[in-house]
Design a binder for this molecule. Structure first.
Ligand SMILES: NC(=O)c1ccc[n+]([C@@H]2O[C@H](COP(=O)([O-])OP(=O)(O)OC[C@H]3O[C@@H](n4cnc5c(N)ncnc54)[C@H](O)[C@@H]3O)[C@@H](O)[C@H]2O)c1
Length: 256
């Protein structure tokens, strides 16, 4: 089979580690040229990825990163909005700085990167694809995740809005909403106690966390021409977590 992203130029935010790094790896395998826009340097650079220092929540920083891609590659075919942070507190205890940080990183970051990419894709006239990483946390209510969940629900909404704005230019805008995935974001929650392994696993019908590559594969699909008539959609990739009403009832029915 031919590579799904052969010759495409892709900008992936937050690709220094975690899900973003897994997406970068799969994009390289599928023939894309990959630029990472991240605040942090990767612990280990992935061969074939160009790492750009960028803050997705900062207008000038995003504009500068896209100018660097222009100079190096001349175009952007695919944008993946993946950069993210987490802050956990009940509404009455949530520091306003944390509220702004999370909203600015996820939602404003998506908007700023989309604006830069869409401008270039339109001008070039050859279409394009945008895939943003939402979350199962944007679909169900999880205590303590106010700004995170609101930002992720906002990503789904912006996905629909921008899809309708750019469809006539053959630019597709979609999202992937992962469930709990084995990355540093989850490790941080396990360390500070805001997530516990047994709480997580018990609620997941598939009985395990996702591996980052299991999130990367649907992103490849939505970014590729194989999804050429799909736009404005969010693909939930959560092992069944958000569709399960009652836990354990299937087990009980099987033995009773
Ligand atoms: N891990 C999960 O269980 C899970 C579940 C659902 C959704 N997600 C989402 O997937 C995405 C990736 O998560 P992850 O688990 O790989 O996280 P991670 O913390 O391992 O990686 C996030 C990356 O984003 C970068 N980043 C943070 N703020 C940035 C900014 N302002 N500008 C540029 N880069 C910035 C970080 O430096 C880091 O490299 C996030 O949007 C997250 O919300 C993760």
């Amino acid at each position: 089979m031919t590579q799904a992203l052969l010759g495409k130029v892709a900008a992936i935010t937050g690709a220094a580690r975690g899900i973003g790094d897994a997406i970068a790896a799969r994009f390289l395998e599928e023939g894309a040229r990959v630029f990472s826009l991240d605040l942090s340097e990767p612990d280990e650079k992935r061969e074939g990825v160009t790492y750009l220092a960028a803050d997705v929540a900062n207008t000038e920083s995003v504009a500068e990163a896209f100018s660097q891609i222009d100079r190096a590659a001349g175009c952007v075919d695919v944008l993946v909005n993946n950069a993210g942070v987490q802050r956990v507190a009940l509404a009455e205890n949530m520091p306003i700085e944390d509220w702004h940080l999370v909203l600015n990183t996820h939602l404003t970051g998506m908007h700023l990167c989309c604006a830069q990419a869409i401008r270039r894709m339109r001008e070039r006239g050859t279409g394009g694809a945008i895939v943003s990483i939402a979350s199962a946390a944007g679909i169900v209510g999880i205590p303590g995740r106010g700004p995170y969940s609101a930002a992720k629900a906002g990503i789904e909404s912006l996905t629909r809005v921008y899809a309708t704005e750019v469809a006539s230019a053959n630019i597709r805008v979609n999202a992937v909403a992962p469930g709990s995935t084995r990355t540093k974001l989850i490790e941080q929650g396990l360390k500070d106690g805001s997530i516990r392994g047994e709480w997580q696993i018990e609620r997941i019908p598939m009985g395990r966390l996702a591996e980052p590559t299991e999130i990367a594969d649907p992103v490849v699909y939505l970014a590729s021409d194989r999804a050429s008539y799909i736009t404005g959609q969010t693909l939930v990739v959560d092992g069944g977590w958000t569709v399960q009403g009652m836990v354990h009832i299937a087990d009980w029915l099987r033995v009773s």
